[in-house]
Write a protein that binds this ligand. Structure first.
Ligand SMILES: Nc1ncnc2c1ncn2[C@@H]1O[C@H](COP(=O)(O)OP(=O)(O)OP(=O)(O)O)[C@@H](O)[C@H]1O
Length: 588
């Protein structure tokens, strides 16, 4: 049954034919990190989150010491409305192990208490966590996108209109055509049209499956979420946040959401499949477990563009770490996992244009499509901007040597390139969200945080890729948090890393967010740092990546279900029980 691997396709339209059938345990397909660190998320409880013991085991074996919790923030609509009433519930969650060795089982009073205690006052006895309110973080009705209540499958077209028209960067992608073909033929697209071939991994709100749109040889990553489980664990808003963010993205380094639909029990997101695994896994495979500096420059430059685009849309990502950076078929990266992101208002501003024509256009408000996020709860972001915000405007072409200035400050003063600030600098959140080793000091201190947290995590990310470890990691999560706040930044002697790389890290890992590089002018500021000298921002998506994943071979699993740890718990969905079934869910 295995088909031959074909030559790799050009980046814009990955060649689906190159996917060959492979065995279920082919490591080349395994994208779950061996020692994955989880993010701190609202109300995560290792015990309560997964009804399936198999999944619990799987998660435990893959989790790093950093557990995922949100001590105070809420993503649940009910919590947003009635924050005060929910503190006890959160504390209960924390006591159940949400923050385990991080905070809840320690003597910490609150995340803000940590800041006060460290170097300011000594850690005190028994702990209680205090609730904090959100500003800038908006709740919204989860009923905006009408779920199916009576049928097994419901096409997403009932509640949204994702298409290549709203994602012009992906217009030539053959997967759109495959989806459109089925939709035209059957009028509706649902779970029954997909074969689930392999479980790629599972997260806090769902499991991700490699799936094929039957009869099309088009492959996707399908995230399947159990609606009842989401509701009982108050994760509906997180799932909704992720879906709404995915719907509006159209960027080479961010995921494409091809479609989404619901069954009675499940909510499914159909996304681009990344066969190269994640950067955390890839780093582990490097000699010395760190990347060469040139490779790092490539990866972080692509992340920087993705981050800039997100900030332009009013999205603060908040969970950057190598585990969330997937490697696409062509070796370029894709930043994934948006359920912890914060959405807020932003007014991108063109502050300078060197081009008189552009300047004239700007004065007429036509220079760039700089789209602020809509702050209506039901429309946080407008997905269908006729001219989507672009990261590939003229200002990003690399400069000739003679134009380059050695110091960023000088560059800022004389740069001939137009400058756009797309930083949601007024956003404020009080949530305790992120991954321990990546948490910014202001989050730990509970001072409220904004987009600068993304530049802090960007600095940690850069450090980890270069040195193979994060800078503030302690013996446990609690020690890590103390280190983040109080320990000065140090660099190991080995591996040898350039001065400019260390200088950039120093600029990003400034503990005071207002002094942090990127805080005032966002990605524009960071791009001008000498570390990125020579990067052609406009064409980086066409540059050769450091490593291209081997062509994936996909072996069609036997007709019998292959992974059913608890058959009785498998979904009753007719689609997946048909004779066409390839894989039954083992998540629920
Ligand atoms: N588009 C994709 N292509 C390939 N593998 C993917 C894709 N998306 C996710 N995965 C794999 O599935 C796993 C689970 O992804 P998911 O986003 O649900 O979980 P997560 O990253 O742990 O996030 P969360 O905690 O928010 O649920 C990931 O770790 C990754 O290995």
């Amino acid at each position: 049954m295995a088909s031959k691997a074909m030559p790799r396709a050009p980046p814009a339209a990955p060649n689906i034919q190159s996917l060959k059938l492979c065995s279920q345990n082919d490591s080349s397909l395994e994208t779950t990190s061996p020692s994955k660190r989880s993010a701190l998320v609202p109300g995560r409880s290792a015990e309560s989150s997964k009804p399936n013991s198999e999944v619990q085991k799987e998660q435990k074996s893959t989790q790093h010491q950093n557990e995922s919790v949100d001590l105070t923030g809420s993503n649940d609509p009910a919590e947003v409305k009635a924050e005060g009433n929910l503190v006890p519930k959160r504390l209960a969650d924390e006591e159940k192990g949400v923050v385990e060795d991080g905070i809840a089982n320690g003597s910490l009073k609150s995340s803000s208490a940590l800041g006060k205690e460290h170097g300011i006052a000594s850690a005190s006895g028994s702990a209680r966590l205090v609730g904090r309110s959100e500003t800038g973080e908006r709740g919204f009705s989860s009923s905006r996108c009408r779920p199916s209540t009576s049928s097994d499958v419901s096409d997403e077209s009932a509640c949204s209109s994702i298409s290549s028209v709203t994602k012009p960067h992906k217009a030539n992608d053959s997967r759109w055509e495959a989806i459109q073909m089925i939709r035209t033929r059957d009028g509706i697209l649902g779970l029954s049209h997909f074969k689930l071939l392999k479980k790629l991994g599972c997260g806090d709100i769902g499991s991700v499956y490699l799936s094929e749109l039957s009869g099309t040889k088009s492959y996707f990553a399908m995230k399947v979420m159990d609606k009842a489980s989401l509701a009982s664990r108050k994760k509906l808003l997180r799932a909704q946040t992720e879906k709404e963010i995915l719907q509006c993205l159209d960027h080479p380094f961010l995921p494409t959401l091809y479609t989404h639909f619901e069954t009675d029990k499940f909510s499914c997101l159909v996304m681009e499949f990344c066969p190269g695994g994640d950067l955390h896994t890839l780093r582990q495979r490097q000699r010395g477990k760190y990347f060469p500096e040139q490779a790092v420059k490539f990866y972080v430059a692509e992340i920087l563009l993705a981050m800039e685009y997100l900030h332009m849309l009013g999205i603060i990502y908040r969970d950057l770490k190598p585990e969330n950076v997937l490697v696409r078929e062509d070796g370029h990266i894709m930043l994934s996992d948006f359920d912890l992101s914060l959405r807020c208002a932003v007014s991108p501003t063109l502050i300078r244009s060197s081009n008189p024509d552009a300047e004239a256009l700007r004065k007429n408000n036509q220079a760039y499509c700089v789209q602020p996020a809509c702050v209506e709860p039901s429309c946080m972001i407008q997905p269908s901007c006729a001219t989507p915000p672009t990261c590939f405007g003229p200002r990003f072409f690399s400069k000739s040597k003679k134009d380059r200035k050695p110091k960023p400050e000088v560059v800022n003063q004389v740069s001939p390139w137009p400058e756009l600030i797309a930083e949601p600098s007024d956003a404020r959140s009080m949530s305790f969200v992120g991954t321990h080793e990546y948490l910014a000091p202001e989050i730990i201190k509970g001072e409220g945080h904004g987009s600068a947290v993304d530049w802090w995590t960007f600095g940690i990310f850069l450090y980890e890729l270069l040195f193979g470890k994060t800078p503030f990691k302690g013996s446990g999560n609690r020690a890590t948090l103390f280190n983040v706040i109080g320990q000065p930044l140090r660099f190991p002697e080995y591996p040898v890393v350039s001065f400019s790389a260390r200088d950039l890290i120093r600029g990003l890992l400034v503990k005071e967010p207002q002094q942090r590089l990127g805080c005032k002018r966002g990605a524009t500021e960071i791009k001008q740092h000498p570390f990125f000298e020579g990067v052609n921002w406009a064409l980086i998506r066409c540059a050769s990546p450091p490593e291209v994943p081997r062509p994936v071979e996909i072996e069609r699993p036997p007709k019998q279900p292959v992974s059913t740890s608890e058959p009785a718990a498998a979904p009753s969905d007719a689609a997946q029980k048909s004779s066409d079934s390839y894989l039954e869910f083992d998540f629920f």
